[in-house]
Design a protein around this ligand. Structure first.
Ligand code: FMN
Length: 441
């Protein structure tokens, strides 16, 4: 254990973060270990073996074509990532329906482009095997963007519930009817079958960051079978799990990326302590995880917040392009300790945590410390995989280089928000140029 405010952390990016915020930072204990071999241990997920404890989190690159087919750039990106040697590669959000796309360059799988998804799985497996001696476990994330749907580049929200706090009079919206929601589990299952036949090891039902399934979890005021009680708010996710589990093989991994804490400053927020919104209350998330497990969950990836509402909760970043509203260190601590709490409550469910890129050059030490202190099974690297795609390989071969790390500027997110190709604007010349052009306008 190390204190965050010791010399080690203060010598780095944290000095910057602390200088630019007005928050009083308590002495938060964070994990720390120089023993990187801890990250090289194998771990079983369902019937499959992950070669190490590093997971590359899903990161939308917005480089699919208008039909949702992966482009040459998408293939190249996943080739680069899989060379990087993570035990799990979590393919970014892939839309289940045209109206549910987060942007007009989001991936979308269907019968017509199945061969291209086969190629994506093959390239990822072959590249990793050839260069690292093992295949990664590849999970593909399926999503309905709900309130954040922008299929033609402009917002066309499909919302779970009227919510005056998130209401934007500029855009009309569609309230998802019960009939519409009733149709979604079968669509997820059809896509899951396609993913399985394309060669992916697992399917993730995305239920985080305020997208449709995530929004339903706090639809306390929605009328009918999908709103109000805990059972109703979780019904769609559970129904989707049931039908997917029954449609795919038992050894195909079924997973969920789940918000265990929304942290919205509104009455509609899942996993919050209702008396103190800064704090989480994991009682409902734990009930839900228990339920998911009994309905066939094999792997859990936990996260918090929303990039649209409170990005400083979901991906703590340093002051720069955008100003964070809250202290990055507190937010990081909340992400890691929330995940650890879930891990301790459900030791049998393989778990991926979130947020480590916020630790920038110190992330590898914290990651090893998280395994040493049994805070998670897998450490999830998000923005870091854009900045430093070889990070897993380098950590595992003792060639880790702090100078190649993500600096938590969240420039990748600025590109995403503006509908551009997204990648690292600091470490990758291509995206640096895209950002420069964008910034000129
Ligand atoms: C540009 C960008 C794209 C993202 N795409 C996805 C996605 O497709 N699916 C998802 O669940 N999360 C997505 N995220 C969230 C990340 O997976 C991750 O949760 C977040 O960046 C915090 O982790 P980090 O600190 O390691 O970056 C995205 C984040 C960014 C910045």
């Amino acid at each position: 254990m190390q204190n965050f405010d010791n010399d080690y952390y203060n010598s780095s990016i944290y000095a910057d973060i602390l200088k630019n915020t007005n928050f009083i930072v308590p002495k938060l204990h964070m994990p720390y270990s120089k023993d990187f071999s801890l990250l090289s241990k194998e771990k079983k997920i369902s019937g499959k073996i992950a070669a190490n404890r590093i997971c590359y989190q899903p990161m939308e690159g917005q480089d699919a074509d208008e039909n949702g087919d992966p482009s040459e750039l998408t293939f190249q990106r996943y080739k680069t990532l899989s060379y990087g040697g993570a035990g799990i590669i979590w393919i970014e959000a892939v839309s289940i329906l045209p109206e549910a796309r987060s942007n007009k360059h989001q991936l979308m799988i269907n019968e017509h482009n199945l061969d291209k998804y086969k190629r994506l799985a093959e390239i990822s497996k072959e590249t990793c095997f050839k260069n690292n001696g093992y295949e990664p476990i590849i999970i593909l994330q399926l999503n309905h963007s709900g309130r954040y749907s922008k299929p033609d580049g402009k917002p066309h929200p499909i919302i779970a519930m009227e919510n005056k706090y998130f209401y934007n009079p500029e855009f009309s919206y569609t309230l998802a009817t019960d009939d519409y929601l009733n149709s979604l589990p079968q669509i997820f299952a059809d896509k899951a079958i396609l993913c399985e036949s394309a060669g992916f090891d697992g399917i993730d039902i995305k239920c985080c960051h305020g997208y449709l399934y995530s929004e339903l979890l706090s639809a306390y005021d929605r009328k009918g079978k999908y709103g109000g009680s805990f059972e109703n708010r979780t019904r769609l996710l559970i129904d989707t799990f049931d039908i997917c589990r029954n449609s795919i093989k038992r050894d195909t991994i079924l997973s969920c990326r789940l918000n265990i804490y929304d942290g919205y400053n509104t009455p509609y927020s899942f996993g919050n302590d209702k008396n103190n919104l800064e704090k989480y209350d994991l009682s409902e998330p734990k009930l839900l995880i228990e339920k998911l497990y009994s309905h066939g969950l094999d792997l859990l990836n936990v996260t918090m917040g929303s990039p649209y509402v409170n990005p400083d909760v979901s991906r703590p970043y340093r002051p720069g392009i955008d100003k964070p509203k809250t202290n990055a260190i507190n937010a990081l601590y909340r992400l890691f300790s929330g995940a650890a709490d879930i891990h301790h409550a459900f030791p049998k469910i393989p778990l991926v945590n979130t947020g480590v890129s916020g630790l920038c050059g110190k992330c590898a030490y914290a990651a090893a410390g998280m395994i040493e202190e049994d805070m998670t099974d897998f450490v999830g690297f998000g923005r870091m995989n854009f900045a430093y795609p070889n990070i897993a390989r380098d950590i595992l071969s003792n060639n880790y280089n702090e100078k190649k790390c993500c600096v938590a500027c969240s420039g990748c997110s600025t590109l995403k928000k503006n509908g551009l190709l997204s990648g690292c604007i600091i470490r990758n010349e291509k995206y640096k140029e895209i950002y420069k052009e964008f910034a000129k306008k």
